[in-house]
Design a protein around this ligand. Structure first.
Ligand SMILES: Nc1nc2c(c(=O)[nH]1)N[C@H]1C(S)=C(S)[C@@H](COP(=O)(O)OP(=O)(O)OC[C@H]3O[C@@H](n4cnc5c(N)ncnc54)[C@H](O)[C@@H]3O)O[C@H]1N2
Ligand code: MOO
Length: 419
């Protein structure tokens, strides 16, 4: 049986980067940039007022109490007016007239006179004013030609705002991976609107994988639920491959039982076995195989936590490699619960996180860790990963933690009762 690290290495050795495609920034949400994005313009693109008030010329600093004639009014969207040399009424976001270089907020002035048209004609400054006061300079946010997002960045709404402000109409992103899901087991009821027979269970692995994959911006091609017939599994695998799946994730029928046909079925299809059984808990019976050069099959054990671990610790790193992203940053927390992991196995344990009074992140293992239990998964904040040689783990030691779902920041409980 190989170790988790060896298994992951074999997977990543076969993970080629997916091709790039062009998308609008909004359509690129959740996709990973294949190339750096360079700004085509300065942002802001012109010097503009940060306040509603008056634009003045302050090359020589203007003293508090100084009086100024006001000519004209400039609102956001107005073209730059001809230079008058006088003060000019101005609104937030309006382009600064070419010869003016400072803005005073209207409430920091005294209005001395209005013109016949009712417009401000003369003002007095309540404070001194210097060049650049309340001016937002062209290029002060982003300079034209600057790299604003690097290849490997996952586009989030903040990037969409930035790209839109720069007038970027298309970006090169890595094509979304195409994944097909196959659930096996004649006990499974896939349609929750139908009544559950005594011998049936609701299928939760398929919906979980659909949700987890969608949250990773993967295109889910299909989600099939099959009985325990090997030929049905082979047909479903071939259907998924022919539909263009980069990855087929199946659940169940991969262990030692009479009905665990997956290893033989994949062999019969001529798949190249990468590994079967990994020294880890949960999820030990996991199998990986290549169907040709382009389709990876990950056959996860059916037990719900074996599926969750398989997704988080095998599927997620492969998705990163396909997107040209490196491995995730390794995070640590102080262990609050003693644990005696079985030597030689990599353990993935569900934990609650809190920020202790010492200001550090603390991980408290949930009591019920059996892999069939789903409730503690929904209560957990993170995975704690214990290595094969972790030995007796005592409270106070630092342990590796991994967010429950890829791409989602760590959820941290608010109890704060750790010390
Ligand atoms: N003799 C041995 N028996 C088992 C071993 C072993 O080493 N020797 N390993 C155990 C481990 S660890 C796991 S994990 C399971 C995995 O078995 P399979 O991959 O063959 O999975 P199934 O038997 O098909 O299902 C296991 C369990 O999960 C339930 N299940 C399956 N699919 C779904 C689904 N879509 N939604 C919800 N629940 C599902 C299924 O009903 C079973 O209860 O094998 C151990 N046995
Ligand atoms: O892989 Mo299993 O989930 O330890 O029962």
């Amino acid at each position: 049986m190989i170790s988790y690290d060896q298994a992951l290495e074999r997977l990543l050795a076969r993970a080629r980067r997916l091709p790039a495609e062009s998308r609008t920034p909004v359509d690129a949400l959740g996709c990973v940039l294949a190339r750096d994005v360079v700004s085509p313009i300065d942002l802001p693109s012109f010097n503009h007022a940060a306040m509603d008030g008056y634009a003045l010329r302050a090359r020589e600093p203007l003293a508090a109490g100084s009086e100024h004639a006001v000519v004209g009014s400039q609102a956001a969207g107005d073209a730059a007016p001809a230079s008058s040399g006088n003060a000019c009424e101005i609104m937030t976001g309006a382009r600064l007239p070419a010869d003016l270089d400072a803005v005073v907020a209207v409430e920091r002035t005294q209005l001395l006179a209005r013109g016949d048209d009712g417009m401000p004609a003369r003002i007095r400054l309540l404070d001194a004013l210097a060049v650049g006061d309340n001016v937002r300079y062209a290029g002060s946010d982003v300079a034209r030609g600057a790299v604003v997002a690097v290849a490997g960045t996952r586009i989030d709404p903040a990037h969409v705002m930035l790209l839109a402000a720069l007038g970027v109409t298309s970006v090169e992103v890595v094509r979304r991976p195409r994944v097909a899901i196959i659930g096996t087991g004649k006990e499974l009821l896939a349609d929750p609107t139908r009544p559950l027979a005594d011998e049936q269970i609701h299928s939760s692995n398929g919906p979980y994988l659909m949700a987890a994959l969608a949250a990773s911006s993967v295109q889910v091609l299909s989600c099939e639920t099959l009985d325990d017939t090997a030929s049905h599994y082979r047909d479903a695998v071939l259907r998924a491959r022919d539909a263009g799946a980069d990855l087929i994730v199946s659940t169940g029928a991969v262990s030692m039982g009479r009905h665990d046909f997956v290893p033989d079925a994949l062999q019969a299809l001529g798949a190249e076995l990468l590994f079967h059984q990994v020294a880890m808990r949960p999820g030990k019976p996991v199998l990986a195989a290549m169907l040709g050069d382009d389709t990876l099959v990950l056959a996860l054990p059916g037990t719900p936590m074996a599926v969750a671990v398989g997704f988080r610790f095998f599927v997620a790193p492969v998705l990163r490699a396909w997107a040209g992203q490196g491995s995730e940053v390794v995070l640590h927390a102080v262990l609050d619960t003693p644990q005696q992991p079985k030597p030689g196995l990599r353990h993935f344990l569900r934990a609650r996180l809190s920020q202790g009074r010492d200001g550090r992140l603390h991980a408290s293992l949930l009591k019920l860790q059996q892999p069939f239990r789903i409730q503690p998964f929904a209560e957990a904040d993170a995975w704690v990963v214990l290595g094969e040689g972790a030995g007796d783990c005592l409270p106070g030691m630092l342990v590796e933690i991994v967010s429950l779902h890829p791409g989602v920041p760590l959820r941290i409980g608010t109890s704060g009762d750790s010390n």
